[in-house]
Design a binder for this molecule. Structure first.
Ligand code: NAI
Length: 336
């Protein structure tokens, strides 16, 4: 197959197939050599009795090591397990990566933010060890291991180096959680010694939050344990315009899954109205992961040009363009 990279495409539910079509069309216009292996996953697959994440889908990601995934619907209060939780567990996707970058033309309180948030995705209070020790006393275990901390630290430093970032900041509360967060911090200090080309520092999570809402432009790459990462990554998404334009990636030793942060938007599904920006920016992250930095940059610049121009915006951005019109406007900018 030459230099073609095989990528597992999971269109997903709701608006997933529409935004996936728009994004694959934009990627094709860059000339990147991708061979898509389309697989099912999500509610439609579960309802058809094939499981929320069929083995064939998991095997395809494990084989190709890269997947672009559309949003999947999870029923509340019963029904099938979340497709994302299934993927995270089966592929041990230990790092959740969420860039927060100001988009020109998308007005927010700050216009010069450019951060990447790396959240440890498997440990901390999310290890699922929680019980009642007495009728009115609940206990939840916070689990932090050297191995778990070191691998997410190593990923963050390697990514920072590849993307020519300058600074990696470890976020913790080791003044109070001296053993658990202390271990997380020590693992980062240990890994930092191998990356003398990058500035390394650390910050206590409450101080970080105060600084993020006053001078977010000063931060570069942040690495956090699971719980702080969950909260701070949404805070950072809010700083640049909300979850609707937030891309993300889940990285593991056996595969990387790139997807938008938003859901399947059943209210607008099938109408050709969805904004593909978040999935497109997830695809930009995927191209960076594949080493296709120039093509990633071309897409980003064209997207920014379309947003700044304001002529072909989707309805959520107060425009009147449909999903494909928006995608075609981006392609037109790339071809200029
Ligand atoms: P949602 O993100 O799907 O929708 C919230 C609101 O934002 C809706 O009004 C929707 O129309 C709008 N919206 C979302 N994405 C948009 C886009 N690209 N363009 C224009 N408008 C957009 O959140 P909701 O309604 O809470 O969840 C719907 C389903 O999605 C649920 O089943 C939930 O479990 C699932 N979900 C899946 C995720 C994933 O697969 N990564 C993440 C979050 C939710």
């Amino acid at each position: 197959m030459g230099n073609r990279q095989r990528v597992t495409l999971i269109p997903g539910d709701g608006i997933g197939p529409e935004i996936s079509d728009a994004v694959t069309k934009i990627l094709a216009a860059t000339g990147v050599e991708i061979e898509w292996e389309t697989h099912e996953g999500g509610e439609a697959s579960a309802l058809a009795g094939r499981g929320v994440m069929p083995d064939a889908t998991i095997e395809s990601i494990a084989r190709n090591k890269i997947s672009l995934k559309g949003p999947t619907t999870t029923p509340t209060g019963g029904g099938h397990q979340s497709a994302n939780v299934t993927l995270r567990k089966r592929l041990d996707l230990y790092a959740n990566v969420r860039p927060a970058k100001s988009l020109p033309g998308y007005k927010t309180r700050f216009d010069n933010i450019d951060m990447i948030i790396v959240r440890e995705n498997t440990e901390d209070t999310y290890a699922g060890v929680e019980h009642m020790v007495a009728p009115n006393v609940a206990q939840c275990l916070k689990l932090i291991t050297w191995e778990g901390s070191e691998r997410v630290a190593r990923y963050a430093f390697e990514m920072a180096r590849k993307l020519k970032r300058k600074r990696v900041t470890c976020v913790h509360k080791a003044n109070i959680h001296k053993l658990s967060d202390g271990l997380f911090l020590r693992a980062h200090e240990h890994v930092a010694k191998e990356f003398s080309d990058l500035k390394f520092d650390s910050i206590i999570v409450d101080n970080l939050c105060m600084q993020l809402v006053t001078r977010p432009e000063e931060f570069d790459v942040l690495v956090l344990p699971n719980l702080y990462g969950d909260i701070v990554s949404d805070l950072c998404a809010g700083l640049v315009g909300g979850l609707g334009v937030a891309p993300g990636a889940n990285i593991g030793a056996t595969g990387a899954v790139f997807e938008a942060v938003h859901g399947s938007a059943p209210d607008i599904a099938g109408k050709g109205l969805a904004n593909p920006t978040a999935l497109l920016l997830s695809a930009v992250m995927m191209l960076q992961h594949m080493g296709e930095l120039e093509k990633a940059e071309r897409i980003e610049k064209s997207l920014q040009a379309v947003l700044s121009e304001g002529k072909n915006l989707t309805r959520d951005l107060k425009g009147t363009a449909g999903t494909l019109e928006f995608a075609d406007a981006i392609i037109a900018k790339m071809n200029k």
